[in-house]
Design a protein. Structure first.
Length: 128
């Protein structure tokens, strides 16, 4: 996809670039909570910029690849943690567990992958 296509919003849908940045950012945020930490100011700032329409295909895919690699390493380290260990999410410290967060990582990522694919198909359909 071209740089303009990954930032395009067909029918008002969020762009492919958003979904890829959101997957990368949400992996980082959810794993931070699973590790027992709270979000940094940098993570909050990154969250607020995920929908920005200025992205190159090369940059977005590189960030996505790096996020997947880092996240895989972080998940491997959680193998030693009790999955029933309680965790608090966000300012309100919503209750969950390490296992609950890991399930949410998978579910949330899968959902946005599907949305990115659907948006890409909508964009690329006129080429067929």
């Amino acid at each position: 996809m071209s740089d303009s296509e990954i930032n395009e919003r067909p029918h008002g849908l969020p762009p492919v670039a958003f979904h890829l940045r959101h997957i990368a950012g949400s992996l980082d945020r959810l794993l931070t909570y699973a590790e027992g930490d709270q979000l940094s100011s940098e993570q909050v700032t990154a969250l607020k910029s995920e929908l920005d329409a200025i992205a190159t295909s090369q940059t977005v895919f590189a960030q996505f690849r790096q996020a997947i690699e880092r996240s895989a390493d972080r998940v491997k380290k959680l193998v030693e943690v009790d999955l029933d260990q309680r965790r608090g999410v966000g300012k309100k410290q919503l209750p969950t567990t390490v296992g609950g967060l890991l399930v949410h990582v998978a579910d949330h990522t899968q959902r946005h992958v599907g949305q990115a694919i659907t948006t890409a198909k909508v964009l690329l359909a006129p080429r067929s």
